[in-house]
Design a protein around this ligand. Structure first.
Ligand code: MN
Length: 315
């Protein structure tokens, strides 16, 4: 798990331990992600598939891409495809992913980098491993999160943010047993580099065996925990959770995740994504690559796409 790591966590700023009046967030639900294939056939886990959309709000879905160790010639991506009405956030933990879009955005992201694409009114893009990686094969692991936009912003101009691993805010848990990477939003005054339209926080935490992370969390945000690898528990009631499972938490001041003392040898620590945001609370009409408020708007999106209004595939 390269992402971005620190050898000595004790040199980092520490998160405050929960105060006397601080309420832990209770665990409402633990779900297991079904596995599937995306794009040209790369393996994904549909992280939030079992969770009611009202509880995910402002998020639509999240895929864990891989972890997969490709043989030479095997790495896969997506063909060119459209999006409208939301943002895609792709965080690469291992491997390389290239991105290109019809709005001039593009780049290559690798270990710990993030691309934040605001589709807004409409964009065409392609997400694929570079040629040299296809030939060589190798490890591929990341997530893609879909963040909704409110009605007023669905037809905003598209935007592309290239967030490098070195910009991610790094902070340790109060006893330095966990590394917290703030990719977007804010945790206890530590700000990630991602600029978000919908107020939200995105964290990737690595928790050492037996360690407990008490993560201060904005009281206005919902909170979802997804286990990338490893096993442990979530909440102060220590509800068991393992690789490929997601937890929906209730309201409160902080999120608790504890890693089991013994982890599988393949991944010595427990890795989780913690994400939350301010719910948008608008009607949702979601079909394929379009996330709108009404069915008529989704039909309009298909029509505009067919007519070539989403721009053109660059040469
Ligand atoms: Mn896409």
């Amino acid at each position: 798990m390269p992402a971005i790591t620190v050898d000595d966590l004790t040199v980092l700023d520490r998160l405050p331990a929960p105060g006397l009046g601080d309420q832990p967030r209770a665990v409402w639900q633990v779900t297991t992600a079904p596995e599937g294939l995306e794009g040209e056939g790369f393996p994904v886990r549909r992280a939030f598939a079992g969770i009611d959309l009202a509880q995910l709000d402002p998020f639509i879905m999240m895929d864990q891409m891989g972890e997969v160790d490709y043989a030479p010639g095997e790495p896969k991506g997506t063909p060119w495809h459209p999006h409208r009405g939301f943002e895609t956030v792709t965080y690469i933990i291992d491997g390389v992913f290239d991105h290109q879009d019809s709005h001039g955005g593009g780049g290559s992201i690798t270990n710990g980098d993030t691309q934040w694409m605001t589709a807004g009114a409409g964009i065409l893009h392609i997400e694929a491993p570079p040629e040299w990686l296809v030939e060589k094969g190798g490890l591929f692991h990341g997530i893609q999160l879909w963040v909704n936009l409110p009605r007023d912003a669905k037809l905003n101009d598209p935007k592309y943010q290239d967030l490098r691993s070195g910009e991610v805010a790094l902070v340790a848990s109060s006893d330095a047993g966990a590394l917290v990477r703030v990719i977007a939003g804010e945790v206890s005054g530590h700000h990630g580099p991602g600029s978000t339209f919908t107020p939200m926080t995105l964290v990737h935490a690595t928790i050492e065996p037996g360690a407990r992370l008490d993560l201060p969390w904005n009281v206005d945000f919902n909170a979802l925990v997804y286990v990338l690898n490893g096993s442990g528990s979530v909440g102060t009631t220590e509800q068991p959770i393992h690789t490929g499972q997601a937890a929906v938490l209730g309201s409160g001041d902080y999120v608790t995740v504890t890693a089991d003392g013994r982890q599988e040898s393949r991944s010595p620590a427990m890795d989780v994504i913690v994400v939350g945001g301010r719910p948008i609370r608008e009607p949702l009409a979601w079909a394929g690559p379009f996330v709108m408020n009404t069915k008529a708007e989704v039909m309009q999106a298909y029509e505009d796409f067919q007519r070539g209004h989403f721009g053109h595939i660059p040469a």
